[in-house]
Design a protein. Structure first.
Length: 427
RNA sequence: GGAGAGGUGGCAGAGUGGUCGAAUGCACCGGACUCGAAAUCCGGCAUAGCCUUAUGGGUUAUCGUGGGUUCAAAUCCCACCCUCUCCGCCA
């Protein structure tokens, strides 16, 4: 959520910046609503002040044993008028709130301007793609060749976009998550968390999934009206830990890492990545989250991104770092770096991590604050990034570490997690 | 699932219709005293919004959440949420 002051003080400027990310802000509607709000709110508060003053007088008069009938008569009609004004104000305020909740974040000035994926800017490449002296298979053929990756079983149990892994491959998947957690806690200073996979609507609104992207979420009914949502990323429960909190300055920055499954309905992407486990309804991810003072957030974005990169480097997977353009960034983000891993079978780089600075956008929705040096509550900045998406990392390993005989070499750093196993061979 | 108790400021805890945004204590901040500290004394000490504005001032809302009664609600009524205790069940 944007600061409404920004819209009041520099509406055209805000609209121009939002336009760079393909969002059209209806400035006329905003101004009209804002003008009405001002009138109605002032009027309502005047009436409330009058009511409060009169009620107080009645109280004083009664305590003195005086006749209160004349004063009562004075406010006889106030009630209806006030009620009407309050109702009107409530409607306007909820309209304003709804409007604000659907406006995306303003891009940081360092974000490249563009309209689509193709305008993203490559910042660096790390590692050299391996050259193969045989025809590379994609991860589906590699995994099924090993009889350890079973898409048909996933379909039987649940439907499309679900997968079953078996044996050493399932263990490799677990090993990846363990490895990532160990690196981030031991080397990068993150505190490991275990969090709920079902969260309430307030949490989803806090990080920006609601109200706009309900169709991307799975939910389960609970009670008559309520429902809980399956998390699409650990970002939601982890970041919402600080919702409605005022943190002591000394506690910042907070650095959390959590390994969770992620559930996405993938509405609107029915035709994309239907083969393999690139795009699943359920996948595991190790997520990094930082809560920091505003003046540190851009330095922390670089740092957090480097933490995610460290995993790829240790796994010796070639990747590149992209700075997403204004038109390709997520709703809540002010700046995003994507890490893209090399997939030889696709002969391209594919997203495996997304690291973002949300500035105060999420914090404002969540009322996540800290007490600044002056002792005053101030909105914190929130950041997060995948460190990494476990399923896609597994895909990358299957493809990059495949051998001519169909086996898959296990990256050195993972072998301790695999009981010393060096290679996965067909069962 | 059954029975009961309870949710008030950073914490503890008073307040059951009226000068209550809320006593008191602790914690915290500033000052006095002191060579310094402790003790003591004095003062300060919630958050969000709106209007106005040179510092500032005015005003509204908030006592778990939402609704209702009333001129007036922390206080009365209804619904919901959460916590605790006991019983049952259970990984």
């Amino acid at each position: 959520m944007l600061d409404i002051q920004l819209l009041r003080n520099d509406l055209e400027g805000a609209a121009a910046r939002l336009a760079s990310r393909k969002f059209v802000l209806d400035t006329v509607a905003f101004q009209a609503l804002e003008a009405e709000r001002k009138t109605v709110q002032t009027h309502t508060q005047d009436l409330q002040a009058k009511r409060n003053a009169t009620s107080k007088q009645i109280g004083i008069a009664k305590s003195k044993g005086e006749d209160v009938a004349p004063i009562m008569a004075e406010v006889a009609t106030l009630g209806d008028e006030l009620k009407a004004a309050e109702e009107k104000l409530t409607v306007i305020q909820s309209q304003m709130q709804s409007l604000l909740l659907t406006i995306p974040n303003v891009p940081h000035e360092s974000v490249p301007v563009g309209t689509s994926e193709t305008d993203n800017v490559e910042l660096r490449r790390v590692g050299t793609p391996r050259s193969f002296d045989f025809e590379v298979k994609d991860h589906v053929d590699v995994g099924e060749g090993l009889s350890q990756l079973d898409f048909a079983a996933g379909v039987k149990l649940s439907g499309a976009r679900f997968t079953v892994m078996k044996g050493p491959l399932a263990r490799l998947h677990r090993a990846l998550a363990q490895f990532m957690l160990d690196v981030h806690t031991a080397e990068h200073g993150y505190t490991e968390l275990y969090v709920p996979y079902l969260v309430n609507a307030d949490s989803m609104q806090g990080t920006g999934q609601l109200p706009k992207f309900e169709e991307d979420l799975f939910h389960v009914p609970r009670g008559d009206e309520g429902k809980l949502y399956l998390i699409p990323t650990a970002e939601v429960p982890v970041t919402n830990l600080v919702r409605d909190e005022i943190l002591p300055l000394e506690q910042l920055p907070l650095k959390f890492v959590a390994h969770t499954p992620c559930f996405r309905s993938e509405a609107g992407s029915y035709g994309r990545d239907t083969r393999g486990m690139i795009r699943q309804h359920q996948f595991d991810k190790v997520e990094l989250v930082q809560i920091v003072p505003p003046d540190q957030s851009y330095a922390k974005l670089e740092e957090l991104t480097s933490h995610a990169e460290a995993i790829l480097q240790k796994l010796e997977l070639p990747y590149r770092v992209m700075s997403l353009c204004t038109g390709d960034m997520g709703f809540s983000s002010a700046k995003t770096y994507d890490l893209e891993v090399w997939l030889p079978a696709q002969n391209t780089y594919r997203e495996i991590s997304s690291c973002s600075n949300f500035e105060a956008f999420q914090a404002r929705r969540m009322q996540a604050r800290f007490r600044n040096a002056a002792g005053k509550p101030e909105l914190a900045h929130t950041l997060n990034g995948s460190g990494l998406a476990v399923g896609r990392t597994l895909v990358a390993i299957l493809e990059n570490y495949q051998n001519a005989d169909g086996s898959v070499t296990i990256p050195t750093v993972l072998r301790p997690y695999m009981g010393g196993l060096e290679k996965i061979v067909a069962a």
